[in-house]
Ligand binder design. Structure first.
Ligand code: GDP
Ligand code: MG
Length: 214
């Protein structure tokens, strides 16, 4: 098998969920492009790709950045169904973002309806210690309760960012071994690029309808 084929058989689709403003886009951009930007359009929904080696085995991550579109939740369900790993993010400086973790966790469980879903709970913005509203212990306890791994990160300083994806890949591999979700199935799933394209078309047409009504 050529190097490229080996990599294509090793594509992991990941969805990043969490309250608006907790740092999802910053975290992904820091991970995939090694930089931190102070402002991103909060409505932007996009996908990112990154190659990495975990335990001497190369793989490609197809990462979906979500922007909380409740009215389009059937699209969200489709996205969740196509993923094999999830990162649920809250900000350690926002109690309300922490309170929403359960909602995202429930959404994943409702759509996938199975156990052992590879998931990481991320407490972001840990460079802002003076603004902390959620203790590390609280994050840890919630993660234990929800069957997730807990990691505190800073998208600003890049602290623990690599660890999130590294650990998630390990969990996804373990889960693939225990479920008979073969790579043939993965190949049939649409890529995030095509799904994001479809989503943007839906957004555009619903915007046009709103304009027509007005
Ligand atoms: N200090 C600090 N600010 C962050 C961090 N991550 C994101 N931010 C800031 O928080 C705001 C929201 O980030 P963004 O990535 O757009 O959040 P999203 O809505 O979850 O995608 C932006 O102003 C970011 O610059 C972080 O780790 N530390
Ligand atoms: Mg964003």
């Amino acid at each position: 098998m050529s190097g490229n084929n080996r990599l294509n058989n090793n594509i992991h689709k990941i969805c990043i969920l969490g309250d608006g403003g907790c740092g999802k886009t910053s975290l992904i951009v820091q991970y995939t492009s090694n930089h931190f930007v102070e402002y991103y359009d909060p409505t932007i929904e996009d996908s990112y790709r990154k190659q990495l080696v975990v335990d001497e085995q190369a793989c490609l991550l197809d990462i979906l950045d979500t922007a909380g579109q409740e009215e389009l939740s059937c699209m969200m369900s489709q996205w969740i169904r196509s993923c094999s790993g999830f990162v649920v993010v809250y900000s350690i400086t926002s109690r309300s973002s922490f309170d929403q973790v359960n909602i995202f966790r429930d959404q994943i469980s409702r759509v996938l309806d199975r156990e052992n879903i590879p998931m990481i709970l991320v407490g972001n913005k840990c460079d802002q210690e003076e603004l902390r509203q959620v203790t590390t212990q609280e994050g840890q306890d919630l993660a234990n309760c929800l069957g997730m791994l807990h990691i505190e990160t800073s998208a600003k300083t890049r602290l623990n960012i690599e660890d999130v994806f590294y650990n998630l890949v390990r969990k996804m591999r373990e889960s693939e071994k225990s479920f008979s979700d073969k790579s043939g199935d993965k190949d049939k799933k649409p890529t995030f690029k095509s799904m994001v394209h479809k989503m943007n078309k839906i957004k555009k047409s619903s915007l046009q309808n709103v304009c027509k009504i007005n």
